[in-house]
Ligand binder design. Structure first.
Ligand SMILES: Nc1ncnc2c1ncn2[C@@H]1O[C@H](COP(=O)(O)OP(=O)(O)O)[C@@H](O)[C@H]1O
Ligand SMILES: [Mg+2]
Length: 244
């Protein structure tokens, strides 16, 4: 069953069209990378799906519901969790406080406290370093640990799909390896659907799954990440060589 379905999605900032006619579907439990050079429209697309940036044209369906034009909160409640670019943590709060921050909206629901405690344990199982340092200030964490924290925070609502914008930005490759190892583990254990933006297709080719390549707001390639990552088509698409 398709969990996410985009049809002809457009994003505009005034006269600039950042995303043009983007259509794709994601299957339940799939890993999909969106790659492409800086300015391709990757973040704009992710923000539009999450409801943070307006969808100027086309439609988005999530888990069978039309979500075009809905608020980010409403989309999140359906099980879509986004980790924006930049790893923003509340630096003066502890790790545990950072993890619990997003669960505030459920505290009036019956059983919410117990659910939050269970989610917290699940996040700590996935990222033991967060448990070890749970009373430390988040601002003192390394970049890799902060990335784990923001992913952990996105998991606290028990989402179906997690969308992550450039998790490897500024991280050493071995730290990025660790982050992906945990993400793939979660996917296997929970059947999580993963939508990941990465500028470079190299990481997508290493991790595997499906890959879309965007440039100039459009999808130029769609295929198996490992196969595409080794071919020449990707170089041409990425750098914009034209066939004559
Ligand atoms: N908030 C914004 N206001 C105006 N233009 C924007 C905004 N965000 C992005 N853009 C422009 O939209 C285009 C796509 O940007 P972006 O989605 O950030 O691409 P990517 O994430 O692939 O680097 C770029 O030309 C960028 O300058
Ligand atoms: Mg971006």
């Amino acid at each position: 069953m398709s969990v996410l379905n985009l049809s002809g999605v457009e994003v505009r900032y005034g006269r600039l069209t950042a995303v043009r006619d983007v259509s794709f579907s994601m299957r339940d439990g799939e890993t999909l990378f969106i790659t492409g050079p800086n300015g391709a429209g990757k973040s704009s697309l992710l923000r539009a799906i999450a409801g943070v940036t307006p969808v100027a044209g086309g439609t988005v369906d999530f888990d069978g519901y039309p979500i075009t034009g809905r608020t980010p909160e409403a989309i999140a409640r359906l099980g879509f969790s986004m980790v924006p670019e930049g790893r923003e943590v509340f630096g003066s709060l502890t790790i545990e406080e950072n993890l619990l921050v997003g669960t505030g909206m459920r505290t009036r629901e019956p059983g919410a406290k117990a659910r939050s405690a269970a989610e917290l344990e699940a996040v700590y199982d996935t990222f033991p370093i967060l448990k070890e340092r749970r009373h430390s200030q988040a601002g003192l964490l390394s970049g890799g640990q902060q990335q784990m924290l923001v992913i952990g925070r996105a998991l606290m609502t028990g989402p179906k799909l997690v969308a992550i914008d450039e998790p490897s930005l500024g991280l050493a490759p071995n730290i990025t390896d660790q982050v992906y190892e945990r993400l793939l583990g979660l996917q296997r254990q929970r059947g999580l659907t993963l939508l990941v933006v990465e500028q470079s297709s190299t990481r997508a080719a290493m991790v595997g799954g499906r890959m879309l390549l965007m440039r100039g707001g459009r999808i130029l390639l769609d295929g198996d990440a490992r196969e595409l990552g080794q071919g020449e088509a990707i170089q041409a698409a990425y750098f914009g060589y034209e066939d004559h």
